[in-house]
Ligand binder design. Structure first.
Ligand SMILES: O=C(O)CCC(=O)C(=O)O
Length: 380
């Protein structure tokens, strides 16, 4: 008996829209059939279900503290988040003093800071802008208002106390780019610029140390970072909703032209003053930069109405309180909410390793793109 020559369909030549398997002239062989989209989707789903059943569980691990070895072995090496509830952050001056804005004003009130302003509290998030009177989906960057820490506190108070329909400038200090060390070095005495056990675990000093200050009206939309992240809540609490890298197929990634919230051209006030209102303007629909981002919006909305892919396992959720730290491994999808009107956090980003886990994840992402679940900047 002569076996039929094997054909190995590659994902680039799977015909996505025609879900019928190809049939040989003589008989149907499973090996000859083009792989059905639904079959690939089931495989992708089973990877994220198995991952939860075998390793992650349904909630985020919580420990009072961990030795560096246990942290490295049980969490970094396995790419799993963990919350440390009795971390050394509880002894930092920041945790006992920063809940009082007057303390911060006294220390750094005149320091220049970059504040993200948006009408909806969603900086770096998909949205709709008008182009020739047509609503176009876009990726919205915030208006970046250069001001002082004191003015930021005034804006935050106004947004917290104001009538939602009247206050349409929601401020969020979320600049990144090592914002703590670059913009507020005066506060560095109250938090360390490095965490020794994390340096040891990741093999280097942090690449960036950022400060985040916001209130209930701002949120960070689903995304992932190419950093290992030690995120420390200093004041208030934050809720993280997370998905492992293997859930990329459920993130509904779409390609968006980039837009930015801008002050209106007829705004009577000088360019460096607080804008009176903001409008969303595309950088350039056809030739401008594009961004691939999850179309699932904060507060469970979605650009195409349906939150996640039906049948995808749910996100893992944890609320991190003042004095607690969360390790958010590189590549994990996350969206972040504030539970209080005044929430301060500091995070340490470490370079990630482009290792075997990264290579597997890229494979999963390529499959999801090949069956049309996600869009990519390059064709898969
Ligand atoms: O705190 C936030 O709003 C977002 C934090 C985040 O996305 C990050 O640290 O990567």
């Amino acid at each position: 008996m002569h076996p039929e020559p094997e054909t190995h369909p590659t994902f680039s030549n799977v015909e996505l829209d025609r879900l019928q398997p190809q049939r040989s002239r003589h008989h149907t062989s499973k090996r000859d059939a083009a792989i059905e989209k639904s079959h690939v989707l089931n495989i992708l789903r089973s990877v994220s279900v198995n991952l939860r059943e075998l390793d992650l569980g349904l909630s985020i691990a919580t420990f009072p503290t961990l030795s560096c070895t246990a942290f490295l072995r049980d969490f970094v090496a396995t790419n799993k988040p963990v919350v440390l509830t009795m971390s050394e952050a509880r002894t930092w001056q920041a945790v006992s003093s920063w809940s009082d804005p007057d303390y911060l004003v006294q220390k750094a009130g005149n320091s220049p800071v970059t504040v993200a302003l948006t009408p909806d509290g969603r900086a770096d998030c998909p949205g709709w802008c008008r182009c020739n009177n047509v609503a176009v989906p876009c990726f919205a960057l915030p208006y970046e208002y250069e001001t002082t820490l004191s003015t930021f506190f005034y804006l935050l108070k106004r947004a917290n106390e104001g009538d939602n329909s009247k206050v349409n400038l929601i401020p969020y200090m979320q600049y990144q780019n090592s914002s703590l060390t670059l913009q507020l070095p005066a506060l560095l005495g109250d938090v360390p610029s490095e965490i020794p056990w994390a340096n040891e675990a990741f093999g280097s000093a942090p690449e960036a140390v950022n400060i985040w200050i916001g209130g209930k009206r701002s949120a960070t939309s689903w995304h992932r970072d190419h950093y290992e992240n030690i995120y420390v809540v200093i004041v208030g609490s934050k809720t993280f909703r997370m998905r492992p890298p293997a859930d990329a197929y459920a993130m509904k990634l779409r390609k968006y032209p980039v837009a930015r919230w801008q002050r209106p051209p007829d705004d009577p006030l000088p360019a460096n003053s607080l804008p009176t209102s903001l409008f969303l303007s595309l950088l350039d629909l056809h030739t401008g930069p594009q961004v691939v981002w999850s179309s699932i919006l904060p507060s469970s909305g979605c650009m195409d109405q349906q939150e996640t892919l039906p049948g995808a396992p749910s996100a893992l959720e944890v609320t991190v309180k003042a004095g607690e730290m969360i390790y958010l491994p590189s590549g994990w999808w996350h969206e972040v909410y504030h539970e209080d009107d005044f929430v301060v956090a500091v995070n340490y980003w470490y370079d990630m390793k482009f290792d075997v886990k990264y290579a597997y994840t890229k494979g999963i992402e390529a499959l999801a793109a090949a069956i049309g679940l996600n869009e990519t900047l390059e064709e898969p």
